[in-house]
Design a protein around this ligand. Sequence first.
Ligand code: NDP
Ligand code: 2IT
Length: 440
Amino acid sequence: MNEVLDAVRAKNPEQREFHQAVDEVFHSIQPVLDRHPEFRRAKVFERLVEPERQVMFRVAWTDDRGEVQVNRGFRVQFSSVIGPYKGGLRFHPSVSLGVVKFLGFEQILKNALTGLPMGGAKGGADFDPKGKSEGEVMRFCQAFATELWRHIGADTDVPAGDIGVGGREVGFMAGQYRRLANRWDGTFTGKGLSFGGSLVRTEATGYGLLYFTEEMLRARNESMQGKSVVVSGSGNVSIYAVQKAQQLGAKVVAMSDSDGFVHDPTGIRLDTIRDIKEVRRGRIREYCDRHQEAKYTPGRGLWRLSCDVALPCATQNELDGDDALALIKNGCKVVAEGANMPCTPEAVHAFLEHRLAFGPAKAANAGGVATSGLEMQQNSMRESWSFADVDRRLMQIMKNVHATCASTAAQYGKPGNLVDGANIAGFHKVAQAMLAQGVM
Ligand code: NDP
Ligand code: 2IT
């Protein structure tokens, strides 16, 4: 069956992140293929690694100096076998087809785990929002949506945010979609609260990550209370992961951005981080101007700090094998992925071998897309649910995702291995749907 992986590499050269995501899933699901020869006969995995549709397009726009800029846009519609395509958009200079495909592939299984009817997709552009004016961001988003709109729709494909795409960008794109489609139908999630957005969607990925982490700890008769925590990143996922960790009685001692990290042994003051990042869109080093007890260190090195719980919430492959060994040596017992694929295969291997509680992204960060699913439900029903109601549903979904992963892992003779549990449970559901719907 390694021929399958060879074929993926040969057909998709240089898509390193995509190969990495496919390899991991492929290795996890071998026992499923052994138990279900019908999946093998129907070439379910071979079909799943080939996106149903991929769109690449020019995004031309004019900057504040009147100069024309050209970016490349992507939407990879990977699988709609269990529901409309669903997944975020990422604006970052590192965005390439391989990155979008890794994210889209992961999204298929993640969305299956939520229990809601959503297929998998991802998109974005190699646009760098850093240092751009509000007007430039708006013109870029409108130009991007001017091509994207014809490929999406409430029952076709519902995009959302990811790195570099938050409420502001979703607002601009949803507005342009509405203008071009001449239709308000709830396409896009993560919308503003005044035009169909759901309460808790902003907080959902970070909160969901902590609800999942609490479940991992509960399985070990422990809780977040009193734990010391290191969180990478200082964006949407990180900020609300820190907020919930603090609400659960943990002490967060460090956060980062792509320049470096701050270590505050007295506990990170989240209001300062939010002011720097959400309000002024500044750099995390500014934290130390306001808190003398904190120390800023440029570059990597965050994972060399000691902590009980590590939450990588920035980007892919940000935590490597050496970082993992340093965390383990310093007493870390729990790692849960808020970002998509933040831990390298070597790091994941080290965590599992040393029997840490390890929560893989497609399960641990599923709360974001799950709450997007709840936003879609509210839009369809023309309803707005309360914060408490959405939060309760999110918590229940995260508990279910954890229970599904844990019980699937045990059923396949890998107790405690949530990586295999998540991959197998997600794949099994999608594979069954593919089998039922015939060859396509
Ligand atoms: P944001 O853009 O809000 O924040 C991203 C954070 O990660 C920033 O602190 C950023 O630093 C840092 N970062 C980004 N790229 C790099 C890089 N190449 N190296 C180092 N640091 C980097 O994004 P989100 O918080 O929304 O997303 C973070 C992660 O969570 C991503 O992996 C995303 O796919 C995943 N995710 C997001 C969900 C959501 O609902 N938003 C849902 C599920 C997963 P800087 O400001 O310096 O660029
Ligand atoms: O990676 C992810 O799950 C997201 N960026 C959220 C996708 C969504 O559709 O809410």
